[in-house]
Design a protein around this ligand. Sequence first.
Ligand SMILES: [Zn+2]
Ligand SMILES: [Zn+2]
Length: 330
Amino acid sequence: MTDGAIQRFAGAGGARIYQIPVRAFPSMSAHTYVVIDGGYAALIDTGSGVAESNTDLDSGMAAIRDQYGEQVSWEMLSRIIITHGHIDHCGGLGHVRARSAAPAAAHRLDLAAVRDHAAFMAAHLEATASFLRWTGVAEGQIGQLGRLFGAVGQIAPGGEVATLIDDGDLLDGRFAVIHTPGHCAGMVCLRMGDVLFCADHLLATTNPRLTPAHLEPHNGLGLYLASLDRVAAEPGIRLGLAGHEAPIGDIYARIDAIRESHMGRLAQIHEACRAPRTILDLAAQIYPEMRHPSQLLLALQAVAARVEYLEQRGALAASDTGAMTRYRAA
Ligand SMILES: [Zn+2]
Ligand SMILES: [Zn+2]
C-alpha cells in the first residue's frame, strides 16, 4: 500500500495537486497525479496496468477522498492526460477507462502506443532487431533481447484517446502543453501556473533515458537537448513534478546538470572511438556494471543516441562491417 506516500502540492489559483506513487514494476515506481481545480479534476498518467499499479492507483484515489476530504471519484473525473506512450505511464489507461468515461488526451506521435501497446510493440519487433544488429549484438542474442522489448507491451490493454494535444495548446484552459521529444516521441510536459508536470523529460537525480532515432523516429539526443532548451526558456517555474523520483525544486539547475552530463558522455564516447568501436563495445566500456540483459538494452539505447548525435555533427565516421557498424573519431 502506498497511501502514506501520497504528497499534496499547492497549484495556482487554489488548485490542489496530489501525487500518487504506484508500483509500475517490481523494481520501479512511477507517479500519477490528480489535479483538482474547482469542479474540475484531471488524472495525469495511469501507471503501468499491472495489478500492483492498479491497486495503488485505486487506493490513492480513495485516500485523496478519505484522508484529504476532496470530493473526487472516478465518476467525476473530467480528464485523463497521458504524458507519453511508455507503459509505466499509459499502461493503466484500460484500468482507468473501466472506471471513468473522462476523455483521454495524448500527443499524436504516441497515439498508437497509448491505444494498443501490445500491437505497437509487436509492430516494433523488426525495428528492434535491426537496431540491435546495427549496435553489434550477435545474431543469436537478438531474439532474446528483442523479446524483452516486446514483453513489456503484453501487460496492458490500452485505451482510446479522444483529444490529440500538441505544443502550444492550452488543454482545458489549464495546462499549457510543451512538446519535448527525445525520451519519447510524443512526450509532453504540462505547465499549470508555476508548476511543471515534466513526466520523464526531467528527473530529480537520474538522467532520463534517451530513445535513439535509429530505434524510433522523432527521438534522439539532438531533439532531447532542444527540448531541454525549450523548457529552460519557460520563465518562472517553481516546481517540477516528474514521472519518477522526487519533486524538482530548481528545474533550471537540473536542466544545466543534465546537459553537462551529456556533454561529458559525448566526450567520453568520442575519446573511446580513437579505435573503431561498435555501439555494443562502447556500452560495455561505459557501463561496465551492466549485469542483466534489460540493463544492456538501456545502455545500448543511451550510447546509440549519443553516437547518432556525434555522427550527425561530423565528429564520428561510420564504417559498415556486415550488418553492424563501427564508429571512429573523425
Ligand atoms: Zn518514459
Ligand atoms: Zn517513466
